[in-house]
Ligand binder design. Structure first.
Ligand SMILES: Nc1ncnc2c1ncn2[C@@H]1O[C@H](COP(=O)(O)OP(=O)(O)OP(=O)(O)O)[C@@H](O)[C@H]1O
Ligand SMILES: [Mg+2]
Length: 291
């Protein structure tokens, strides 16, 4: 970690602290608006759900991208989401992560956290990690430095200011390196990694932050068959400890990892069940698999 990066981190953290809370009123009260971030780990899953969406709608210029979407995910579950282009899969992730506000509907993290009351950065801090399709690692830094940076920019001011990682953090880093199959490549510059390795590194950068829920949008697109197979193993090793929502078009990959599959079509759930069940569902064959 260079001093420049550390200073940057400290500055960002201080600025975040000093920024006025949106919705705060002159009297110090709060207008209806965004809520304060919830402490990580405070998500209540005693009702058996880590994520709950009910009757969510969003339109873009009159086009109904999400149209009455309802679903829930259990703690530790690995849920696969499939469906044709434009079905609303990425938009659903945008809604969960606070990037897009729905016009109406309910989106809860656990049974108590109403995600629609939080901003994108707060939602990430609460333990919802998101992996976009394109890898976004820092190419000029090593694998280790990328993970270290992700650890330091995690949750609040203190980690960003501390000079050395403590032993628990180093242990976590080593564990993540093994999980993502990059222990041997720890000192390699990220720019020299293969596409698949970059994707794993980015997943590692999420994992060091110990997310409760991971949203992964087309994670194996562009990977070789071998990288895809290793990614399947990786995801299977993550479930239980984390909850995962995986959007993919690669049906071989889905077959390797799937328990329950949700099929989205025109912004709503068309079918849900085992891969076998949805593959034999006539409506799913018509709109997606049979094409
Ligand atoms: N910000 C936006 N403004 C306007 N239209 C949008 C916006 N975001 C998504 N859409 C539209 O909403 C629909 C759903 O898009 P979305 O990207 O969620 O589909 P998807 O299921 O992820 O598809 P794919 O499998 O191709 O990634 C598409 O018709 C898309 O063009
Ligand atoms: Mg998409």
């Amino acid at each position: 970690m260079t001093p420049d990066l550390m200073e940057d981190g400290a500055r960002r953290a201080a600025a975040a602290q000093a920024a006025p809370t949106p919705g705060a009123t002159a009297s110090g009260g709060r207008a209806a608006g965004f809520a304060r971030p919830v402490l990580p780990g405070a998500v209540d899953t005693t009702h058996g759900r880590i994520l709950y969406l009910d009757d969510v709608h969003v339109s873009f210029d009159g086009f109904r991208a999400i149209n009455g979407l309802s679903m829930d995910i259990a703690p530790g579950e690995l849920r696969c989401i499939i469906g044709p282009n434009g079905a609303g899969k990425t938009t659903m992730m945008d809604i969960i992560t606070g990037k897009t506000r729905p016009d109406r509907g309910t989106v809860f993290f656990g049974s108590t956290i109403d995600l629609l009351r939080y901003r994108e950065a707060d939602i990430a801090q609460m333990g919802i990690g998101r992996k976009f399709q394109k890898p976004t690692v820092f190419e000029n830094l090593t694998v280790f430095e990328n993970l270290e940076l992700a650890l330091r920019t995690d949750r609040g001011v203190l980690p960003a200011m501390r000079l050395r990682l403590d032993s628990a953090q180093l242990d976590r880093l080593a564990e993540v390196l093994r999980t993502i199959h990059l222990a041997e490549a720890v000192h390699r510059q990220a720019g020299t990694l293969s596409h698949g390795q970059k994707q794993w590194l980015e997943i590692g950068m999420l994992l060091v932050q110990e997310p409760r829920l991971l949203l992964l949008d087309e994670p194996v697109a562009g990977m070789t068959d071998e990288e895809t197979a290793r990614t399947a193993e990786l995801f299977l090793s993550l479930k239980g400890r984390h909850s995962l929502m995986v959007v993919e078009h690669d049906m071989h990959f889905i077959a390797e990892i799937s328990e329950k599959v949700t099929v989205l079509h025109e912004g709503a759930v068309l079918a849900e069940g085992t891969l076998d069940a949805v593959q034999n569902d006539q409506r799913v064959i018509e709109v997606y698999l049979g094409r």
